[in-house]
Design a protein around this ligand. Sequence first.
Ligand code: ADP
Length: 857
Amino acid sequence: MAPSHISIPTKLPLLVVSNGVLFPGSTIRIPVTTVRNVNLVRSRLTSDSRLSSTVIGIVTKEPGKDGKGSTIHEIGTAGVVVQVTGTSWPRPVYTLLVTGLCRFRLVSIIQEHPYLMATIKQLEDLKNVDGEDDAQLAELVAEFKETAQKLIDMLDISVPGVAKLKTAVEQAPSQQLADAVAALIGGSLLERLQVLDALDVGARIRVTLPLLLRHIQKLKDIQEDKSEEKEKKNVQMIRLSRGGRNLSPMLDPPDDGDNDITDLAERIKSANMPEEAAKAANKELSRLKRMAPHMPEYSTTRNYLELLVDLPWSSSVKETCHITKARSDLDADHYGLEKVKRRVLEYLAVRQLRGDLKGPILCFVGPPGVGKTSIAKSIATTLGRPYHRMSLGGVSDQHDIRGHRRTYVGAMPGRVIQGLRSVKVKNPVMLLDEIDKLGSGIHGDPGAALLEVLDPEQNSTFTDTYLNLPFDLSQVLFVATANSLTTIPTPLLDRMEVINVPGYTQEEKVMIGHLHLLPKQLREHGLSNDILNMPKEVIATIIGEYTREAGVRTLERKIGALCRAVAVQVAESTSGKGETKTPQEVEVAEEQADLSGDANKVVVTAEGQAKEQALPKHQSTTQLREHLELPIVVDQKMIHNILGPPIFQSGLAGRVSVPGVAVGLAWTPVGGEVMVVEASRSPGDSGLTLTGQLGSVMQESAKIALSWVRQHAYLLQLEKDFMKDEEIHMHFPAGAISKDGPSAGVTILTVLVSLLSSRCVRPDVAMTGEITLNGVVLPVGGIKEKLLAAHRAGLTTVIIPAANKKDLTDIPNSILNEIEVVLVNTAGEVLTAAFEDGFPDIVPEDEAVMKTLRSKL
Ligand code: ADP
């Protein structure tokens, strides 16, 4: 609505429009194409940011009185430009969004180039010029409002233009009422100029009223006339002039929306939607028909319709599930993982027998790179269903899952609906990747939204906020992956059947590298076994010297780097050109991309690069043999040349050979880790200080261990008052990973005893276990991961709580053959195992503890 008191400059630049009128209080879009108008936009609007330069005069070009030439109508509207959009290439075309402020009369043109400038006189709205008294005017206004209300009742109030009309009728002061209505209904140019010319309020209403009545009549005609053809014609004729429509027809670009609309209508017909969706689609389509293509709403409505027609409402693929085939598919893609494969097969078998998907959702839990995603993909392949991965890492907005309300700028459907749109069938396998990384922020809880998606009772009518229609998700097979169970919201966890995918042993990794990763990388780099040979020992060296991981992701990348280097060598030797990158450069590029955290990009660039350099397909190995000695066998020297010096030195011996250091084993969501815990003592009185990102449970474990050591100082032959003038600092390195949990208890104890007794811990020993004040060792979690980590680090003895004995059944014999597992019940037993010669005096005390323990059991 136009503000009531505005003062506009007496000199205004003029934008001349053909065949259109801007009314005070309304907002329209004006395409700018003529030279002078473009000059105006460039010099006043795009290069000048002052507010005053956004006020311009909009005047209408009207045919000359004698039908020849044209003149500028002498009454125009000052307007404020609220938005400029457009392009200056290939030729300048802009669109202005202008809101009318007030009428003015042209006094004289004072400049013609580069754009028009004029002196003007601002015109006020007048009352009672025609001698009308207030009561008569009020009656006229009331009649006008009543008529306008009739029009509103006939229209769809959800259309913004109609809602705006309603507000104007209800709230606008009487002098603005006619302008508001005239801006929104059609009318010839002459009629609209008449409204503009009417300065007296009463006169303005009287001029507008017949236009309004005529508009209502035409609408009635359309509604009565069911003939689609006629309706289309009429609607086009008297389109509700929302937005730029009141500058039509000349200002509107040719109707490029018509093809769109016929096309969309066809697609709606063939989309095979359920009734409700088809109804909504047709309603949106008829709204679209009434819109001008350059209106912003046109594109949002069109995008919505595109989604409706793209969604797989009723298309699905036929499932092919034979358990024997599933078994061979899983085996073909994955080495080992017996337990996991068995669970997957059981799941598939049960599903097949039940004939529906209402069972729990499979959730693969384990460190990165152990094949969780890859198993999910195999499930899709074996079932013959398309596969879609939805990464949930970092999603903290429920709208990401459920979609944004369509009225928001840039609104989009949620990821589930987007996923279905891209797979084009309603029964894909949808992987919810990293479900444990769902966040919860200010925009609601995405976990709760996901629950709706996964709940078989609700998901047949899942309603995405953007789509605003129920979509049946009951045929989607959801599978999830997570690194850790601890951060998965309990209600979600309740819906899932957890399958643990632990890390691999060195041998398993070598086999995976040999049987799967190497062939895959060779293929991707256009190489073959005849050209590149990588013996298993070399794979083992790569694992030992360049990777520290529970899975095989880094291993795969390293093998990829070697393949690339060989591909470069082959390409160079055959083309004779030396412009390609050296293997080291390729590797460095990969590592850098990797550091930036964009793993996908690595693959793309690295592969892109490799493909360019890989040998041309038509060259046979025999031809290649002329240039190179084939196969190229990767050896130790080549690895170091290509991958650089080893990143990890095996063996912790050097670090553990001083008193006050011991190796603990920790469980992290990315697999087990060895943790070298160090302590030092110095003069001071601040007791025991711990550093290294620790949680409160760890702090407590340290206090418990210290109390136990104090209690047994005599038996351990320590000084009586060992902390009188001294303080102890204990540090847990690898600071970036925050650590908490009680399982470091025995390690802390060992470190303290080592420091205070000045004796070194055996360098080949690692340990884990919780400890109580009485020195009882309690069981802990993650034994398999911890043992694998110890094995990776080359440690040969691992101290674990006796109560964890049952977990050893999961450990492959190849590991148990190389690691001595010492099962302990008490602190004394820990020390006996951790130190050469142990602490004999503590043994009788230990036996007493054991006796009490047994009597309690
Ligand atoms: P995750 O999803 O657990 O992080 P991926 O499924 O992405 O791991 O696996 C990383 C890579 O390692 C993939 O190329 C995958 O094929 C391969 N891989 C992992 N485990 C195995 C296995 N047991 N056998 C064969 N390849 C494997």
